[in-house]
Design a protein around this ligand. Structure first.
Ligand code: ZN
Length: 410
C-alpha cells in the first residue's frame, strides 16, 4: 500500500476498486424516499450497514465548482472553477470556464495515475469531461474518460475507448433525459467488469431533480434504476461512495411561476441602466431545465462605487439571503477573488436570481422551477457501502469523499 499526495492531502491506495458517484442535484430525501418504497434495496443496505452521513457542498452550489472540488479534494479558491462563467472586466466579456486551462489544481486521478493506478471517468454531459480528465494520459490501460452525451463519438485517442454503445448495450441517450444518467451507470458496470479500474468516477446530470421532488414517482424510478447498477458494482467488489454536487429546492410561487429577483433590472432602477453588471455563474449552454435561474449571483461595479452602501440596500430586499463584499464572500465560501465580482448575492431557499426579465428564456420549463446555487442547497448525502472510522460528529464536505473512501472505509 502506497499513499498519494495531491493538493496537500494524502490518500491511501486501496486493494479494491473505489467508485465515487456524484449524483447531480441529490437533495437529502431522494435516496430515503426511494428506499421507503422498497424499490431501492441496495441503497437501503448502504444506509443501514454502510455509512450514512450528510456533508456540505461548495457555494455557489453549482455543478462544475463542486465536481472539481470533489476530484481535487479542494475548494474553488484552490482549483479556480467557481461557476460556468466569470466576467473579465478588462475585455468586457463573459468568459466560459469549461476549458481545462482555467483549472489551477491537479486532480486526484492524475496523482493516482502517476503512481500507476488505472482510472475511469464517465460523466453525463460532455461539458465536465474535459475538466475532469485534465492532464490525464488517456489510453485503454491508463485512463478512460468520456461522456454519455457524446458516447457515440468516443475514440481511443481522445477518450481511451471506442465502440462505447456496443460495450454498454444501450442507444445514445438524449441530453435532456434520465437515460443520460442511466448510461453513466451502465457504462460504469461494464468498465468494472472489463477493466477493473483502481479509481472510477461517475457523474450524472440533475435533469430529473430539476423537475421532480424527492418521493415523487419519477424521482423514485430514477433512484430505483440507480440502485440496480450500484448493486452490480458492489457485487464486483468495489468500495462505493456516493455524494452530490449540490441539493435542490422548489423555487416557484404558489401559481407555479419561477420566483425571481431580476437583479439587473433592480440595479438598473437604482443606479441607472447598465451601471453595474450582474453575472449568473449558473448560465451554460444547457439551460432548458432551469432557465439560467439559480440562487447565486455576483455583481461587478464601476470603480469608485461604494460597496457597503449597495450591500446595505441589497440586504433590505425580501428574498436576498446574503449580500457580501468580494473579500467577505470569497473568505466565507473559499472562492477565487480574481474570478468573483465586487459583490456576491445569495437568495433564500425558494427564490432565484435573474439578470433582466427579457434575458431569460423560460419556455423550456415544463414543470414548476426547482433549482440551486445558494446556501440552502448546501447539504448533500455522503453514503458508502462500507462502514467508516470517521469520528461521530465529524463535519464533512462533499469534497472529502475520496478521503473518506480511500482513508476511512473498512
Ligand atoms: Zn449539478
Amino acid at each position: 500500500m502506497t499513499s498519494v499526495t495531491v493538493n496537500g492531502r494524502s490518500y491511501q491506495r486501496s486493494a479494491q476498486p473505489v467508485v465515487v458517484v456524484c449524483i447531480d442535484g441529490s437533495e437529502p430525501g431522494y435516496i430515503e424516499s426511494a428506499v421507503a418504497t422498497g424499490r431501492a434495496p441496495f441503497l437501503a443496505r448502504m444506509l443501514k450497514d454502510g455509512t450514512n452521513r450528510l456533508a456540505q457542498c461548495v457555494v455557489p452550489s453549482f455543478t462544475n465548482p463542486n465536481n472539481l472540488s470533489i476530484v481535487t479534494g479542494a475548494p474553488p479558491k484552490v482549483h479556480g472553477i467557481c461557476g460556468n462563467f466569470f466576467y473579465d472586466p478588462e475585455s468586457g466579456t463573459e468568459v466560459m470556464m469549461n476549458d481545462p486551462k482555467f483549472l489551477r489544481a491537479r486532480t486526484i486521478f492524475k496523482a493516482f495515475q502517476e503512481q500507476g493506478a488505472k482510472i475511469a471517468v464517465v460523466t453525463a454531459k460532455d461539458k465536465l469531461r474535459r475538466l475532469l480528465g485534465h492532464e490525464l494520459e488517456i489510453g485503454p490501460d491508463r485512463a478512460i474518460c468520456f461522456s454519455s452525451e457524446l458516447a457515440d463519438k468516443a475514440s481511443l485517442s481522445e477518450n481511451g475507448i471506442e465502440n462505447v454503445l456496443d460495450l454498454v448495450g444501450l442507444p445514445l441517450p438524449d441530453v435532456y433525459s434520465a437515460g443520460l444518467s442511466e448510461f453513466v451507470f451502465a457504462a460504469g458496470v461494464k468498465l468494472m467488469e472489463r477493466d477493473r479500474p483502481d479509481l472510477m468516477y461517475l457523474s450524472t446530470t440533475d435533469y430529473i431533480q430539476h423537475k421532480h421532488a424527492p418521493g415523487t414517482p419519477v424521482a423514485n424510478d430514477f433512484y430505483a434504476m440507480m440502485d440496480g447498477y450500484l448493486a452490480q458494482l458492489d457485487a464486483l467488489g468495489a468500495v462505493i461512495a456516493v455524494t452530490a454536487d449540490h441539493g435542490m429546492n422548489a423555487k416557484h410561487d404558489s401559481r407555479g411561476a419561477p420566483d425571481v429577483i431580476y437583479l439587473q433590472d433592480l440595479l438598473d432602477g437604482w443606479l441607472g441602466k447598465d451601471a453595474v453588471r450582474v453575472i449568473l455563474p449558473i448560465t451554460d449552454p444547457y439551460v432548458v431545465h432551469h432557465g439560467a435561474l439559480g440562487s447565486f449571483a455576483t455583481i461587478y461595479l464601476p470603480s469608485g462605487s461604494s460597496v457597503p452602501e449597495l450591500l446595505d440596500r441589497l440586504r433590505t430586499v425580501p428574498g436576498i439571503d446574503l449580500a457580501l463584499s468580494r473579500s467577505e464572500g470569497c473568505a466565507r465560501f473559499e472562492l477565487p477573488e480574481d474570478r468573483t465580482g465586487d459583490v456576491i448575492v445569495v437568495s433564500t431557499a425558494h427564490k432565484v436570481l435573474g439578470t433582466s426579465a427579457d434575458r431569460h428564456d423560460l419556455s423550456g420549463l415544463t414543470e414548476p422551477l426547482r433549482s440551486h446555487g445558494g446556501v440552502s442547497e448546501q447539504t448533500v448525502p455522503l453514503v458508502l457501502n462500507r462502514p467508516t472510522d470517521l469520528p461521530a460528529g465529524a463535519k464533512l464536505r462533499n469534497f472529502d469523499i475520496f478521503d473518506v473512501a480511500l482513508n476511512h472505509a473498512r
